[in-house]
Design a protein around this ligand. Sequence first.
Ligand code: PFF
Length: 450
Amino acid sequence: MANVRGEFSSRIGFILAAAGSAVGLGNIWGFPTQTANNGGAAFVLVYLILAFSLAYPAFMAELLIGRYGQANAVTSLQKLSRTLFQKRFAFIVGFGGIIFASLILSFYGILAGRMMSFAIEPITQIAGLDAISGWVVTDSLIRNLFFTASFMFLTLYIIRKGVKEGIEKWSSRLMPLLIGLLICLIVYVFTLEGASVGLNAYLNPDFTRTLDPNLIISALGQAFFSLSIGTSTMVIYGSYISKKENLISLGAQVTLIDVSIAFLAGLLIIPAMYVAQAQGVAIFAEDGSLISGSNVVFVVLPSLFSSMGAVGSIVAFTFFVLMTIAALTSSISMLETPVSYVVERHNMERKKASMIIGGVIFIISAAIISNVEVLLGLVITIATEYGQPIIAMLACIFVGWIWHRNEILKELQQGNDDVENSFFWKVWPWYVKFICPTAIALVFIHYLNT
Ligand code: PFF
């Protein structure tokens, strides 16, 4: 029975699954690191504004395409197309998103595997397994392969089970746990010396920096990555939403959760950086930049945890389990994107499709691991800096210029009778037609120029 389509069984199931996709390493690792690198609170402010004013409209465009099409990304987009040219365009957008989701998973799996290894290291230490403990955190080829494979295996295990039993069930369990763990850690860090200086840097913006073009562009890129836009992922999640649901409010809630968790993660990690600095770990250079750059979470936090004595092992374990959980609810959404395409377009059995695609993605990960220095950065750049903005821009163009306004309205009216008079309907169609594509094009042009 390859072609029975799944559907999220409840509203909360969808919210948790989509928020699970959105919330990941981008929020808990990327956002705080970017915040620390870009003037603290000024970046937070710009990020918040852009997430709601630009990323949310693009996110809604993708959800809406999926809910209308009730199919994988390519089929959904093709259902909106009338001419042969539009159908080809639809294929490029849908399939392009699927390719970039797969590429993102190939490097995401490596980073998430590292998270897993850092979660296991404190356990091996407590158990007195020194040899294993050393191996677990050494940056070796075998270790990276082993943990990437373990993480991919977990992702596959969930995806093989399908929408209700796999994605929805696990996201519903893991997301509340993640939020709970995050709050406990924040409370803990606030009790430590130096945290209040960090809190001030995080919440007190230097308004002059908010107009810095580099800061604006980084914040926009971060918001797109964080909401999983431009990967066909939200098209496929949208296709599993029942026609009875109010899409506008569902999308807004997911955006709100995503942004709030990024905000919470900053509330934990920025003060933690200052705590570490107060304890003598060199984190900031004299000019205020991060000494270990984007590695801050991998390098600095373990040293902070280890300086906490016995409690530190528990904190380290909790923190990295949290990171692994966040990564897992994102990776299942990335794998679902190509899997649903192959299941529906090539009539392949779900388990078989998951195994084959998971295997191919792992081979790409293994290739990256074989030359991390060069390939990791390259794949991240191709997929997130070029791929995501281009596909998101094309999806907005599709909705704004190809899909008929009346049909969009009809789709939005399912599950929401009052759309026509809403603020959303007055503003959003213009946004996706003009502002989103233009803004994304500007980001893209910036990347080409740097
Ligand atoms: N939104 C995820 C994060 O912030 O970590 C990353 C992500 C998930 C990107 C799914 C793309 C995607 F399709």
